[in-house]
Write a protein that binds this ligand. Structure first.
Ligand SMILES: *Cc1c(COP(=O)(O)O)cnc(C)c1O
Length: 354
């Protein structure tokens, strides 16, 4: 049975990307690889509409590494971080800040899109606001506009994790006044895990060094070497080659094509579950994913297990107190309407059997 990944990372990958994964890893300390890195940086900056003086940094690791690099390079012992925590990725930012002894204001929310601004109405100094624009644990999107207003008012850094947002959903770092944008390879970009990217505004570039970064994650070194298309340590060579290919595809078809594709899949799936005992868990959803809540007594964990075991559909279970009521279906990666027909039919069978 062919397995289809409907998980929010890793995602289904297309043939052009898989093929690049099968070739001999080339040497990288040369002009040829430098030009690949410079090309990836230039294309990424342009796709998120970064302004002049912005830079992109490539790190070898999953998205959490980039989250930690953002915390440790821009905040030090005297900094205060405010974190929007509406799920496990918000909680992860809180844990990273605490690990590095950074004073943290935790803004606990539950599917609040922040557009009312209430939780952001507090007094006191803040050095940076940390947000996961799409909180992937519950499929919920926050208002980038409210986040921007807060950061302008507090004159603080605006650090946004858009790991499960970029490519499927529209992001513009200039109009949203984002200083540090966090991206990673194995979500919307549709590549294997192991490469993460930080896009820094000119202001963020100037601030690198205020924190207490570790030796490996000292972004100053990456910025310096990056000027000539290099990284201080061995980069994720193969994934960077796959990234170049993906960026070429995005540029040739246009980013809108990829956003519309994900939007169509999301709408098709959300319309398809209306006849099933399932409902979207959030009212503010990205194109990237749908978290679905069960409206019947069947445990969500059993649905996840049966989809995988009997139908080859791999969806993502939830943990904690949502284990029995919610599971997640991604719209990222190389998926088509026909995959959702199979998923919806499988769900119909499971609920008919009861
Ligand atoms: C996937 C993801 C990450 C990265 O998590 P890893 O476990 O390091 O891959 C970070 N933030 C969000 C919002 C994510 O969806």
């Amino acid at each position: 049975m062919n397995k289809i990944l409907f998980t929010p990372g890793p995602v289904q990958m297309d043939k052009s990307i898989l093929n690049i994964g099968s070739i001999q890893t080339p040497y990288f300390r040369n002009a040829e690889f430098s030009s690949l890195i410079l090309e990836c940086e230039e294309n990424l900056l342009s796709l998120v509409n970064a302004s002049y003086g912005s830079r992109a940094i490539f790190l070898s690791g999953s998205g959490t590494l980039a989250m930690e690099a953002a915390v440790t390079n821009f905040m030090g012992v005297d900094s205060v971080a405010a974190v929007i925590n509406g799920g496990s990725f918000g909680e992860r930012f809180v844990k990273i800040c605490k690990t590095h002894n950074i004073a943290t204001i935790e803004l606990l929310v539950d599917r609040d899109d922040l557009s009312s601004g209430s939780i952001l109405d507090f007094d006191g100094h803040v050095s940076a606001l940390l947000t996961n624009v799409h909180e992937t644990s519950v499929g919920h999107v926050y208002s980038l506009d409210s986040i921007k207003q807060f950061c302008l008012k507090k004159r603080c850094l605006n650090i946004v994790d858009a790991i499960s947002y970029f490519v499927t959903d529209f992001i513009d770092v200039s109009s949203s006044a984002i200083d540090v944008l966090i991206l990673s390879s194995h979500k919307g970009l549709g590549l294997p895990p192991g490469l993460s990217v930080l896009v820094l505004s000119e202001r963020a570039v100037e601030m690198v060094g205020v924190g207490n970064a570790s030796f490996y994650l000292n972004l100053g070194e990456y910025l310096g070497d990056g000027l000539r298309g290099q990284t201080p340590f061995t980069p994720s060579i193969q994934i960077l080659m796959q990234l170049r290919e993906r960026l070429k595809q995005i540029n040739s078809l246009g980013l809108d094509h990829f956003i519309d594709h994900a939007k169509n899949l999301a709408e098709y799936f959300r319309a398809g579950i209306r006849s099933l005992p399932l409902a979207p868990y959030s009212k503010s959803m990205p194109n990237a994913m749908t978290a679905v809540e069960l409206l019947c007594n069947m445990p969500a964990s059993l649905v996840v297990e049966r989809l995988a075991g009997e139908y080859g559909c791999i969806v993502a279970p939830n943990g904690g107190n949502l284990k029995n009521s919610v599971f997640r279906v991604s719209h990222m990666g190389a998926l088509e309407i026909s995959h959702y027909d199979h998923l919806l039919n499988s769900l119909k069978n499971i609920f008919r059997d009861g």
